[in-house]
Design a protein around this ligand. Structure first.
Ligand code: PEP
Ligand code: MG
Length: 572
């Protein structure tokens, strides 16, 4: 019987095929102690060897199918398997507690996973926890002698149904056969969702129940445009969705034609479409999708998943690589946004009641100037190799901005005095993500060269609604008039001083918000790379001049729903 299941649209497109149910292997075991510790360690080492061999093979396939940067996740897995801390801790648990290898692995991996998860409501750190979970599962299966159903064994057109897909499951998907997938868990920023977007495989995640409802081998439709899965569809449904799929394919082909085109609105206004990145490897996707800038490079990544702070030279190499790969296009690099929710294991910070309101980002950097100055020197040195812009996160007061800029200029002077080349065209801007700063944007605009509006945080602080808490997610309203008024004020303040204003929060790539942001005069929209071409295509249909006429009207509405209705009916 036909069943329609709602989920989160993770990767656009429509797939119609027979289901392939990917079940998790039974990895249950009895916790026990052992007599022969040496035999247990040998068992561990054998399992490590097989796992490494498999991962090297998967990595090679992923490099071929997905490209080098997407295959990097398997280097991370391999690294865990060779990490003296990870493996050493398992061995010492066998030695000191006489635990079986499985039990020791379970303790150590749980510790690593909990540490990463407690560090963050941050997507990057959740991915690291997912990496440990993924690699530990493989190792455990080998310790128990249990085999996986490998997605690599699929040889006919299918839609995969699973509880979740790990990065290694996703990388093994053969695009020729796997037409789409649907999972019970996950969100838009989970690793498998990110990979499915870059592989352009339609996906719906977070359905909660699809695995329980689906039967192996029945027909299913995965609608990654609307976030729906239809199990055992009727003939009419198959026909309707086939037409929808064909229309979407045509649309994609149209988008691809825009890859080398400048971004223009219907009335010829030019805005910049940039991308948000987390590491230098992401630049390839930006270039392939016609990105005109990097609007946000989250440098936190460089500091995570390691045992000590990155050196100045390591940072310099990363920043230089990004500006060089962007070939003179602007690159906005944000200084370290760590602390509170995103901790580093090698940098102990005090326990806090409200980490989101705590000792983080620029607050931490102004206190730990050793860390801050090292990063600034690396940025300044890299600025000689392209169009680098520096941005400070979480600025709440003018004094913080002044202090950060003063430190930057001190480091610049020292470098110049030592004969090091530094760009003489270096813009220094700030994230607008704290309401106090947004309200005072007119004052900040006298001192900062640009603003980038971080709506992910600005919305949570304005609405006093934790961005990760589903119980208050109804309050997380990008189109609430209060948010739009703040955004409008920030943009106007920048323009008044002759500066540009961008947005690097998720709102910038949201098709519903784009007409509103264009009407408000936003200059730069920074989003995930795969959203760039759809946004460029949408902008071609919009007239900035016409939309701007609606500004007063929508800013004076009372609710987010009224704004959404207004934009849908009046601002096409
Ligand atoms: C934001 O807050 O909107 C932002 C872009 O930064 P992050 O998501 O890294 O907090
Ligand atoms: Mg932020």
């Amino acid at each position: 019987m036909t069943e329609k299941i709602k989920g989160i649209a993770a990767s656009a497109g429509i797939a119609i095929a027979k289901t392939f149910i990917l079940r998790n292997p039974d990895l249950s075991f009895e916790r026990k102690t052992v007599e022969d510790k040496e035999a247990e360690k040998k068992k561990l080492n054998d399992a490590l060897d097989i796992s490494k061999k498999e991962l090297n093979e998967i990595k090679a396939t992923a490099e071929r199918e997905l490209g080098k940067d997407k295959a990097e996740v398997f280097s991370a897995h391999l690294m865990f398997l060779s990490d003296p801390e990870f493996v050493g801790q398992i061995e010492s648990k066998i030695d000191s507690d006489s635990l079986s290898a499985e039990s020791a692995l379970q303790d150590v991996s749980t510790f690593f996973i909990q540490t990463f998860e407690s560090m963050s409501d941050n997507a990057y750190m959740r991915e690291r926890a997912a990496d440990v979970r993924d690699v530990s599962k493989r190792l455990l299966a080998h310790l128990l002698g249990v085999s996986f159903t490998s997605p690599a064994s699929i040889t006919e057109e299918t839609v995969i149904i699973a509880e979740d897909l790990t990065p290694s499951d996703t990388a093994q998907l053969n695009r020729k056969y796997v037409k789409g997938f649907a999972t019970n868990v996950g969100g838009r920023t989970s690793h498998s969702a990110i990979m499915s977007r870059s592989m352009e495989i339609p996906a719906v995640v977070g359905t909660k129940i699809v695995l329980e409802k689906a039967k192996d081998g029945e027909t299913a439709i995965v609608d990654g445009l609307n976030g729906e899965v239809i199990l055992d569809p009727t003939d009419e449904e198959i026909k309707a969705y086939s037409q929808k799929a064909a229309a979407y394919k045509e649309q994609q082909a149209e988008w691809k034609k825009l890859v080398n085109e400048p971004t223009k609105t219907k009335d010829g206004a030019h805005v910049i479409l940039g991308a948000n990145i987390g590491n230098p490897g992401d630049v390839t996707g930006v270039v392939n999708n016609g990105g005109e800038a990097i609007g946000l490079y989250r440098t936190e990544f460089l500091y995570m998943g390691r045992d000590q702070l990155p050196t100045e030279d390591e940072q310099f190499d990363a920043y230089k690589e990004v500006v060089e790969k962007m070939k003179g296009k602007p690159v906005v690099i944000r200084t370290l946004d760590i602390g509170g929710d995103k901790k580093l294991k090698y940098l102990p910070l005090p326990e806090e009641m409200n980490p989101f309101l705590g000792f983080r980002a620029i607050r931490l950097c102004l206190e730990r100037q050793d860390i801050f100055r090292t990063q600034l020197r690396a940025l300044l040195r890299a600025s000689a190799f392209g169009k680098l812009r520096i941005m400070f996160p979480m600025i709440a007061t003018i004094n913080e901005f002044r202090e950060a800029k003063k430190i930057l200029l001190e480091e610049k002077d020292k470098l110049v005095a030592a004969g090091t080349k530094v760009s003489d065209d270096l813009q220094v801007g700030m994230m607008m993500e704290i309401p106090a700063a947004a309200v005072l944007a007119d004052q900040f605009a006298k001192e900062a060269d640009f603003f980038s509006i971080g709506t992910n945080d600005l919305i949570q602080y304005t609405m006093a609604a934790d961005r990760m808490n589903e119980h208050v997610s109804y309050l997380y309203q990008p189109c609430n008039p209060s948010i739009l008024r703040l955004v409008s004020h920030v943009i106007d303040a920048a323009h008044k001083e002759g500066h540009w204003a961008g947005m690097c929060g998720e709102m910038a790539g949201d098709a519903t918000a784009i007409p509103l942001l264009l009407a408000l005069g936003l200059d730069e929209f920074s989003m995930s790379a795969t959203s760039i071409l759809p946004a460029r295509s949408q902008l071609l249909t919009l007239s900035q001049e016409e939309l701007a006429k609606h500004k007063e009207a929508f800013l004076n509405l009372s609710t987010a729903d009224e704004v959404l209705e207004y934009v849908k009916t009046k601002m096409k």
